[in-house]
Ligand binder design. Structure first.
Ligand code: SF4
Length: 341
């Protein structure tokens, strides 16, 4: 919901300020999904709001639920008919939302379904925050939780290529007047847009940064992630080093292990060399993802465990992350939506 526009409308109508607090309470505390439920407001105001300010800037066209994980995926139809996907997950004891930042993605990583869609357009600030609001409504209605605890920008699109809207959305999400999700519980994941990391460190110093590395060999990484031709591993390394120096925050390196593609001893050596080339490398943490890299390719658990053991033996912090929602194509690299336009 465009709360700023609603506030402006209430002011323009000469309505008392407490009406703003009533809207805020209804939408962001109670999680109403229709203005009819905002019973503290007079019917005439509810009708006006219904006509002019939809609570969500899209319609939910479909929801699918994982049978094996606590995960759900929603297909959303935007006002121009384009479609995106968003995911709700409960990896541990709290609920997290994975938001999309673009319709499609221009970066075309070889393992990613979104990349195969091509790029349609950036999402607006409101279209991003509304994905979290929609899941908030859902968890409240289903009595699953009182709140959404964290948000990850790991859905469709490259967040740092929709920079302004992503920053504004992240700030809105952590605003106590909105959903009040702590900035430290918001994570931005990039495929390696190195020239935006300095600005990100200034604009969102409290957020978590995840960099999808997947390979520390320039030639091989360029094949997996063509963005590497624009920002190679050396540029990315310098940008990550500067980001750490500016924020003092831990940086997460995402690495999807695919047997015989990026899992051999030389890959581990190159990964370690890349990490040790960063000054405060003790702040780098590697997340190994047992992630589906597409075309039915699946990595044996033992390969991932051996990779983790080798990385750990070099003194590098490492965690094997479970990929959730595979059965509903909600895991990393699997989001894609048919687009109508
Ligand atoms: S992995 Fe991320 S950056 Fe790469 S194509 Fe997919 S959505 Fe874009």
């Amino acid at each position: 919901m465009n709360f700023e526009a609603v506030k402006e409308y209430i002011k323009q109508q000469g309505l008392p300020n407490f009406r703003i607090a009533q809207v805020q309470e209804a939408v962001f505390k109670r999680g109403i999904s229709s203005w009819d439920e905002a019973t503290a407001l007079p019917v005439s105001i509810r009708e006006e709001l219904k006509q002019k300010y939809p609570i969500l800037s899209f319609t939910v066209s479909k929801m699918v639920f994982s049978q094996k994980d606590k995960a759900a995926k929603a297909l959303l139809t935007l006002q121009d008919g384009l479609q995106i996907e968003t995911v709700l997950l409960k990896p541990q004891d709290s609920w997290s939302v994975c938001v999309s930042s673009q319709v499609g993605c221009p970066l075309r990583c070889s393992f990613c379904s979104t990349g195969k869609m091509g790029f349609k357009r950036d999402l607006t600030q409101e279209e991003i925050t509304d994905q979290v609001l929609m899941w908030y409504q859902y968890v409240r209605k289903e009595k699953l939780a009182e709140r959404i605890s964290s948000v990850v920008f790991m859905g469709m699109g490259e967040p740092l290529l929709n920079y302004l809207n992503v920053i504004k959305a992240a700030r809105d999400l952590s605003n106590p007047d909105y959903l009040n999700i702590g900035a430290r519980h918001i994570s931005i994941s990039t495929a390696g847009i190195a020239d935006k990391l300095h600005k990100l460190a200034v604009d969102l110093p409290q957020a978590n940064l995840a960099v999808s590395l997947h390979n520390a060999d320039d030639g091989e990484r360029s094949k997996m992630m063509p963005v590497n031709r624009r920002f190679n591993l050396e540029e990315l390394q310098k940008a990550v080093e500067e980001y750490i120096a500016m924020t003092g925050r831990q940086v997460f390196l995402e690495y999807s292990v695919l047997e015989n593609v990026n899992s051999r001893p030389e890959h581990i050596r190159k990964l370690a060399k890349w990490i040790f080339g960063i000054k405060d490398n003790y702040l780098i943490h590697v997340n190994l993802i047992a992630c589906n890299l597409g075309r039915g390719a699946k990595t044996d658990d033992k390969v991932v465990k051996d990779f983790a053991a080798a990385v750990k033996a070099m003194g590098i912090g490492v965690t094997i992350r479970k990929s959730m929602g595979n059965d509903v194509l909600a895991a990393c690299g699997q989001l894609a939506a048919r687009t109508r336009k």
